[in-house]
Write a protein that binds this ligand. Structure first.
Ligand code: CUV
Length: 643
């Protein structure tokens, strides 16, 4: 067995260090300990193990020793490309399901069958317009119904192109995808076809498999990210700037604590409502009220729209329970470690699953459907209240660590802030700063934290390094948690910014009555990666260039999730360079690796030649930042901008 890491080696977050120490003292095992106990399988880690059929598993040693083909004759390149496509499909499918769940909820709300209302009718009108839906003289619910049906078409139609791609895709990129035959028809069809492609005896052409991967990127981007964000904004409101708190110190020993965890805001929005309405019951139980805290992307959703504080990110989700003050952890879908149940059994915490297709043995289940949203949320809040009396005071220890952070930077909010400087042409100040070099480029830091990685180190180091070189940084997902916890979303972090960038952040901030914009802008959850994409589309259209020509990069330094790979692929399809700091498990095939990283010297196709962007795999955050800066400069030069 490998040696266990010290708590400092596990995370740079002092709250996580404290709670991990407590967990270890109390004999509670967490993902960090399991990560230390596991040795990664060298075959799996390089993508050369094929277990698509019952002849195998077959594994090919990349050093040329042993059989060089699977029993069926699949080559090393086929096996690695096929495994990579499967990963991308596993990334795209949950996001597409997210989009579909929200579309169904909108339909039921519009038809009066689910207790939601349209909180942003203006966005509804804009989205309807963009989809070519007649809005004139129609009731809000009638338009909402038409929008929901258009969304559901993207899971049903047998010909044509995803409505959301036609609506949100940059025309220049769409033309490229059309030329390559990559345009997806409907998300479910594409996902089913992708699974078929990877099944035994189907697609064996590595290039065709990788192009299938790009299709998955587009499915994720339009049926997952864009659709989810658009419809959630319509239902729950478009985020505006909000100041909130981050880290374990947001737990409150005097209150009933409920953590909401996962991705879908459909139920958690209702829990916000019912936590307020049932406060008197919480008081009657002897507490001082109800305290909601967020984990992972459900946390981001509630933070962006409701200012709900965030406790922690993916890799330390179990440690919220170790505080001993969590009455319930309510989970919906994605990124929920089954391990939370084992941890919960050492305390009084109740794990409550809520979707019929996401259950955990030992956890309790409250079935959620949009039509019973109020009843489910009430039941959950009441269960938490009932658990308050079971708390063991000897096990309570809340780290006092918390940080202030700004969030809520939707495109609408960013444009709104910029318009304080230039009402006629809000983007002009940003574009001028990019052209002059005051802002060298834009980077989106996205993705997760990973129990195998030292938590927050990669995300924070990449961010600080890019800021230092005047790159405007936006963030989503758990990487945003990392940045917020380490003062990169409040004024303190301005010290890390280069002079040019700091001046722009201050100028825009002053114009909207703040001392400065925060050094990095929190744009939301993982599906909200649609927001940076929309921002890039607007910038590229204004300059009349392809998105891939802009000096912009995407980076996920600490990811663990296939979703980050499919989101990354969505950006790669636009020609945006994408850095990953964790192995994408393709190293076993030089052909696949070099096609993705654009490093092939022969005349054949690679991603860079095809789209103008490539995958950058680099585990060292400083080298990664340098490589991204080089690509930003390359693109600046190509546009005739100063470097
Ligand atoms: Ni979707 S995908 S660990 S919660 S960001 Fe967080 Fe974000 Fe990655 Fe999961």
């Amino acid at each position: 067995m490998k040696k266990a890491r010290t708590v400092e080696e596990v995370s740079m977050d002092p709250a996580v260090q404290q709670l991990l120490t407590k967990a270890r003292q109390e004999g509670v095992e967490t993902a960090f300990d399991r990560a230390d106990a596991h040795t990664a399988c060298g075959f799996g880690a390089t993508g050369v193990c094929c277990n698509h059929c019952l002849e195998g598993p077959c594994r090919i040693a990349p050093n040329g020793k042993g059989p060089q083909r699977g029993i069926c004759g699949a080559s090393l390149d086929t096996i690695v490309a096929r495994n990579f496509l499967m990963k991308l499909t596993e990334g795209a499918a949950p996001h597409a399901e997210h989009g579909r769940e929200v579309a169904l909820a909108l339909l039921e709300a519009a038809e009066g069958k689910a207790p939601y209302e349209i909180r942003d009718p203006q966005k509804l009108l804009r989205v309807a317009d963009g989809l070519g839906i007649e809005t004139h003289g129609r009731e809000v619910n009638e338009i909402a119904r038409a929008v929901a049906l258009k969304a559901l078409e993207d899971f049903q139609q047998q010909t044509g192109v995803l409505n959301w791609l036609r609506y949100r895709g940059q025309k220049k990129s769409v033309a490229k995808w059309e030329e390559l035959g990559l345009l997806p028809v409907n998300a479910h069809l594409e996902i089913a076809q992708s699974v078929t492609r990877t099944a035994m005896g189907c697609d064996a052409d590595p290039l065709n498999l990788l192009l299938g991967g790009l299709r998955m990127g587009l499915v994720d981007g339009y049926s997952g990210l864009h659709m989810s964000t658009d419809l959630q904004d319509i239902l729950f409101g478009t985020p505006t700037a909000v100041k909130a708190e981050y880290n374990m110190g947001v737990l409150d020993a005097k209150k009933i604590n409920i953590a909401v965890h996962g991705h879908l805001p459909l139920l958690s929005e209702k829990i916000v409502t019912w936590a307020k309405q049932l406060r008197h019951e919480a008081l009657a139980a002897g507490s001082e009220g109800i305290n909601l805290v967020g984990v992972c992307c459900t946390g981001n959703e509630l933070l962006m729209r409701q200012g709900v504080p965030v406790a922690t990110s993916f890799s330390s989700q179990e440690l919220v329970i170790v505080s001993g003050v969590l009455e319930a952890m309510v989970v919906d879908v994605q990124c929920i470690m089954p391990g939370i149940q084992q941890v919960a059994e050492c305390y009084h915490t109740e794990i409550i699953t809520t979707l019929p297709y996401v259950k955990i043995p030992g956890a309790n289940h409250v079935d959620f459907h949009p039509d019973n949203a109020d009843e489910a949320a009430q039941a959950i809040v009441r269960r938490a209240i009932a658990n308050y009396g079971k708390r063991n005071p000897d096990k309570v220890a809340i780290p006092t660590v918390k940080t202030e952070a700004y969030a809520g930077f939707s495109v609408e909010q960013i444009v709104g802030a910029l318009s304080a400087l230039n009402e006629q042409n809000p983007l002009a100040p940003l574009l001028d700063a990019i052209v002059s070099g005051q802002i060298r480029g834009v980077a989106a830091i996205v993705g997760c934290t990973n129990p195998r990685e030292q938590q927050n180190v990669g995300n924070v180091a990449v961010a600080r390094e890019l800021l230092k070189h005047n790159v405007l940084v936006v963030a989503t997902g758990c990487s945003a948690h990392s940045l917020a916890k380490h003062d990169l979303m409040n004024e303190k972090g301005l010290e890390y910014c280069g002079e040019g960038l700091r001046a722009v952040l201050k100028a825009v901030g002053n114009a909207v009555g703040m001392e400065s914009l925060p050094p990095t802008l929190h744009m939301g959850s993982c599906v909200d990666n649609s927001r940076p994409a929309d921002l890039l589309t607007t910038i590229a259209d204004t300059l009349d260039v392809h998105i891939g020509q802009l000096p912009v990069v995407g980076t996920c330094p600490e990811t663990h999730s296939p979703k980050a790979l499919s989101i990354g692929t969505y950006f790669l399809a636009h020609g945006v360079d994408v850095h990953v700091g964790v192995s994408p498990q393709v190293k076993g095939s030089e052909w696949v690796t070099q096609t993705l990283t654009g490093d092939r010297t022969d005349e054949e196709l690679n991603l860079d030649k095809l789209f103008g962007g490539k995958l950058i795999y680099e585990t060292d955050p400083f080298l990664a930042a340098q490589k991204m800066l080089d690509r930003i400069d390359l693109k600046r030069r190509a546009l005739g901008l100063s470097v």
